[in-house]
Design a protein around this ligand. Structure first.
Ligand SMILES: Cc1cc2nc3c(=O)[nH]c(=O)nc-3n(C[C@H](O)[C@H](O)[C@H](O)COP(=O)(O)OP(=O)(O)OC[C@H]3O[C@@H](n4cnc5c(N)ncnc54)[C@H](O)[C@@H]3O)c2cc1C
Length: 311
């Protein structure tokens, strides 16, 4: 592994960890992909804000939570990765009954915290192996619930290190889709990252919520190939259908390119069975799209984010 601790390169006043030439397969659930030129893990929110101010305006910036919906191509990411998992990890119950969770808090932790405070409606987060920041960006969801349905407002930081609070009305929100309305309208809006969110949940019974979490997790164990590196569902479900059904119908279960394979257990999962490269995975995604289109006439669109340069 070619990884250099480069603390001497950290601009003065910063307290986080800066590393150069980092293998991103260590930070993505597919355990595949290229290197990032540099990666910064802030010490906390204040440190993240100071760091944002040190970044040149044109520096490509990629924010990463748990990398559970992300493929970094083998040629790597030329720019900075901001790693928020285990960095922004504050989680608390506010006086007004909302739960505040910073962007680096894992879904499972949020679900358990809500249950332990006798609040219901956050159980579904338990099975999503991402962070609050990733779940906000993706509007992650399952079993009929979605992240933004239980969200009161979010906290963001822009490239100049300014903090903002925004409400759902500031965004176009859809199935695994989120976009700032002013950005969509082509208005001058600076790129922002999510640093936290306030969740509004209903009063409930912790015991019942914990049981529900257990049931949801068991369901996943029986239906998903959790023993192999994967990134969850690769494709969005088309309207009124399931990508997995179409992939299976197209005879693609078990199809393999290099070390990547369409899971035998869940056809909308691609698993890394033997040192897959990002190219193996991306080529398999393309092949699945082509074959499904040929055989069923339906166009599938990836849910996973693919970034960086090809080798
Ligand atoms: C086994 C398995 C099961 C899954 N099940 C589900 C499921 O049921 N439902 C579902 O919706 N998803 C599911 N996923 C996919 C994934 O867990 C979610 O999309 C999750 O929300 C990603 O969170 P993350 O922190 O890992 O984000 P990452 O993969 O790190 O990032 C995803 C995207 O969000 C951006 N991003 C991350 N953090 C921030 C931030 N703070 N600010 C701005 N942008 C940010 C990244 O740049 C990237 O574009 C599953 C994945 C796996 C591996």
């Amino acid at each position: 592994m070619n990884m250099t601790e480069a603390t001497n390169l950290i601009p003065q006043g910063l307290r986080g960890k800066l590393r150069m030439d980092v293998d991103m397969s260590r930070y993505t659930s597919w355990r595949a992909g290229g290197h990032a030129q540099r990666i910064y893990q802030p010490a906390d929110m204040a440190d993240l804000i100071v760091f944002s101010r040190t970044l040149p305006a044109d520096e490509p910036l990629l924010t990463v939570g748990l990398g559970s919906n992300l493929l970094v191509r083998d040629g790597g990411w030329r720019g900075t990765v901001l790693l928020l998992h285990a960095a922004l990890s504050e989680l608390r119950l506010e006086a007004d009954g909302l739960i505040y969770a910073q962007a680096g808090v894992p879904g499972a932790k949020l679900a358990r915290f809500a249950a332990n405070n006798n609040l219901r409606g956050a159980e579904f987060f338990a099975g999503i192996p991402g962070t609050v920041g990733g779940m906000l960006t993706m509007n992650a969801g399952c079993y009929g619930s979605e992240t933004w349905n239980v969200l009161e407002r979010v906290q963001t930081v822009d490239r100049n290190g300014n903090m903002h609070e925004r409400t759902p009305s500031d965004y176009e929100i859809g199935y695994r889709h989120l976009q700032r309305i002013d950005e969509k309208a082509g208005l001058n809006s600076a790129a922002e990252i999510f640093v936290g969110g306030w969740f509004r949940l209903e009063k409930g019974d912790g015991e019942i919520s914990r049981k529900e979490i257990k049931t949801l997790l068991n369901k996943r164990i029986t239906t998903q190939p959790l023993n192999l590196p994967n990134a969850g569902s690769v494709f969005r479900n088309p309207p009124h259908d399931h990508a997995a059904r179409l992939i299976e119908l197209s005879g693609l279960k078990g199809r393999r390119i290099g070390g990547a394979q369409v899971s035998e257990k869940h056809a909308n999962f691609i698993v890394n069975i033997d040192h897959a490269t990002a190219a193996d995975i991306e080529n398999l995604i393309e092949e699945v799209r082509t074959v499904v289109k040929q055989k069923t006439g339906v166009e599938l669109y990836p849910e996973v984010r693919i970034i960086g340069e090809k080798k």
